[in-house]
Design a protein around this ligand. Structure first.
Ligand SMILES: *Cc1c(COP(=O)(O)O)cnc(C)c1O
Length: 452
């Protein structure tokens, strides 16, 4: 037994077991102690066990307890124990998952995980898939494939010749597109600002009747799961119109695409599989450790054209095996797909559906409890997101601040169509009914204390 790894496992277990008792946001004292880290780099080697002890003693108390059941900020999932354990083992393997010639095992696990995901999310069975760091990179990869394909149809090779002098691409987004989509557009040279914006309804859904007629190279960016409301764009109508005009349709489905895996929620995604590319996260709703996202592209050759390395020194498998790095921005990378494979294996189809549906049921319990107490819920709670307002903007800010300091649970502040709101996102396997009741009681206690 390696004592250091054994010690790490014990410390991690103790950390997780203690989450239920502690404040979700770390105490001011724990954060203040982080200043002790600011030392000169050691001149001499330090014993590894002392390094680990310092990491645990200073780091663990100063973490946000989002691995526990009462963190409802952003859209941050927990990490299923089986995926944490698989992650540890795969880290010990230390495989370079760029190429099956270097890492046959991880290539095989990832290949199966991608097939299971296409089936689970009901995406085209021959779509290309790629394990990336998150949906930001998933969007970037999928939009790079889109850029390749729409320019190729216009007779332009963007990978070879770049964008200077290329035919212009019309990029269409919804008015409530996620900010990271614009980052991807900027990195790709498509421009954060040179987009055509389609207005949305009160839930943030693109109004399909406002999609303009498109001509020439065009990309329409849609969304499954608005980060505030959880709402879905009308994919059937958007795909119908966009494809009629020869445009590429992309779906940012960071968490919402997982509704495809839950029979009770699939109707929300109607038509999503008619799109040309999809990005989603595994570190959100599949509850695997950071960082883990995915890109899927219907036309595998487009993703490959955008991402493949062409270098003679890299071995090409003689058997035509898939080379993962032909589909990802990275060459060397960790075996993200192993954590995903472990989560999917342990949950099965039923387990994934139950996880997603349970989070949505908890969100409805929050909404009912709050509405019942006279608190305004701003959105139609169709998924796992609840937007709440406590009277005016200042009171809403005050309640959020008091709640975060109270530590029973953690919810963040957001802006929704010009209004300050508190967002409750239920995205973790670890959240129980008792966690929801305890959090609801804390929210109402603090809101009542601050009612104006
Ligand atoms: C979280 C989120 C993203 C960004 O995902 P990362 O994994 O943080 O890169 C993009 N789009 C939507 C809708 C999201 O919710």
């Amino acid at each position: 037994m390696n004592p250091l790894l054994h010690d790490a496992a014990q410390r991690a277990s103790r950390y997780l077991a203690g989450l239920d008792e502690r404040s979700v946001y770390p105490t001011a004292a724990a954060i203040a102690r982080l200043a002790e880290l600011d030392q000169p780099m050691p001149e001499h080697p330090q014993p590894a066990d002392a390094v680990l002890r310092q990491l645990d003693e200073l780091g663990s108390p100063a973490t946000m307890a989002n691995a526990g059941g009462r963190f409802f900020g952003f859209v941050v999932g927990g990490a299923l124990p089986v995926s944490v354990a698989a992650n540890w083992l795969a880290t010990a393997w230390d495989q370079n998952s760029a190429n099956p010639a270097a890492a046959p095992a991880t290539a095989a696990f990832e290949l199966v995980a991608l097939r299971w995901l296409r089936e689970l999310l009901d995406l085209p069975r021959d779509a290309a898939g790629a394990f990336v760091t998150g949906t930001t990179m998933g969007n970037l990869c999928a939009l790079a494939a889109a850029r390749h394909a729409v320019l190729e149809r216009a007779g332009w090779d963007v990978e070879a010749d770049g964008l200077f002098g290329a035919p212009p691409i019309t990029v269409v987004v919804g008015a409530e597109a996620h900010p990271t989509l614009f980052k991807a557009l900027g990195v790709l040279g498509l421009g954060r600002n040179r987009v055509v914006t389609v207005p949305v309804d009160g839930q943030g859904r693109m109004r399909a009747e406002c999609l303009p007629r498109l001509a020439g190279p065009s990309i329409v960016c849609t969304q499954a799961g608005n980060v505030n409301t959880g709402a879905f764009d009308p994919f059937d109508a958007l795909c119908e119109q966009a494809h009629r005009d020869g445009a590429w349709v992309h779906v940012d489905g960071a968490f919402g695409l997982w509704a495809q895996a839950a029979p009770g929620l699939r109707h929300l995604c109607a038509g999503v599989n008619r799109a040309d590319s999809w990005a989603t996260d595994a570190h959100k709703w599949l509850n695997v450790p950071y960082d883990s996202g995915l890109a899927f592209v219907r036309d595998a050759s487009a993703l490959r054209a955008a991402m493949s390395v062409t270098a003679a020194y890299l071995p090409t498998p003689g058997d035509g095996a898939r080379v993962p790095s032909d589909f990802t921005p990275e060459l060397s990378r960790r075996a993200r797909g192993v954590d995903v494979w472990a989560a999917l294996s342990a949950l099965g189809r039923e387990g994934v559906a139950a996880l997603v549906e349970r989070c949505c049921a908890h969100a409805r319990t929050f909404a009912q409890g709050l509405r019942g107490a006279g608190v305004e819920v701003l959105n139609e709670v169709v998924l796992n997101q609840v937007l709440v307002r406590f009277g005016d903007a200042q009171t809403t800010r005050d309640v959020i601040e008091a709640l975060q300091a109270d530590g029973t649970c953690w919810c963040g502040l957001t802006q929704w169509q010009g209004q300050v709101a508190m967002r409750i996102s239920v995205s973790s396997w670890a959240t129980t009914e008792a966690d929801v009741e305890r959090s609801l009681a804390a929210i109402l206690r603090l809101a009542n204390g601050r009612a104006r």
